[in-house]
Design a protein around this ligand. Sequence first.
Ligand code: NAG
Length: 339
Amino acid sequence: MEISKPTSLMMMLFAIMLCFLQAKSQGVYCSNPYEQCFQKYIMCPQECPTTGAANSMNRVCYVDCSKPLCNSECRRLGPNCYHPATGCHDPGFIAGDGFVFYFHGKSNEHFSLVSDTDVQINARFTGHRPAGRSRDFTWIQALGLLFNSHNFSLEATKVATWADGIDHLRFSYDGQDLVIPEEILSRWYSPEKDIKIERATKMNSVTVTIKDKAEIMVNVVPVTREDDRIHKDHNYKVTSNDCFAHLEVKFRFLNLSPKVDGVLGRTYRPGFQKQAKRGVVTPMVGGEDNFRTSSLLSHDCKTCVFNGLSGSIRWETEHALLDCTRGASSGYGIICRKE
Ligand SMILES: *[C@@H]1O[C@H](CO)[C@@H](O)[C@H](O)[C@H]1NC(C)=O
């Protein structure tokens, strides 16, 4: 039998169309047997079809194979500095309820951002003081985490000039340096799987998850002359021997106890008084002495409540965790908070 010309032409067109459709959306195969979605192939949403390249809204496809729903979502690359629970710039913090405040701290000192009975998150500030200014300009240079009798630190490496093709992150777990391959979504788990580090992009952007406690999105960025220009009122006057590579941080918390303290943590306390209207910047006055720790991995500040005990009281059940997960997947930037 002979196929007429118009039919074969149509079939060819159809085949081309199929190929085109298939190439359009990508997915992620979950290959880790320890994760919930093992052996599933999860398709990316149409709005952000690939994990590699950001769409026009600076979003990429994101799949967390350890989440119960096994679905994908579009995520912004790096933290959005205008969402709650962030610490950006000359650290401006946005609390869980949208309350904006500054905590300047001091250059080369350490402060407790979150101190709860079973988790402690500290920050080391970097910065400088241009001549004639009364205080340091500061940025977050490193984060130190204590949990389940383990410790973890993440630092922005100090460089004179910023180079785009270089990773400026350094990690350590229990005092040992960690090497995490520079690949999108490359992951590292602690032996007990209580902490996970995942690169969001090849370099300079990771998500740190402390199991059942917190998710921390981190970007490393330099202070640029552009910042200097935009923040005229600040006039950082960056020096030529240091670009002040620092961290932009966004937190999501699960299961914080009512005792939680720290610069950001205390804003999650049930009785925390709103000191300002939403979105209105109120510089935080003082308080430094209450939050200062003697090192990146110490919990010796005046208001620290971390007791270093592993397996301390669990505040919520699995259900609350699932609800939080669901909430976050519907739109990134939702704060999961025990009411
Ligand atoms: C981090 O953990 C390791 C291993 O438990 C320990 O030897 C080290 O002293 C800890 N570091 C700090 C600063 O607590």
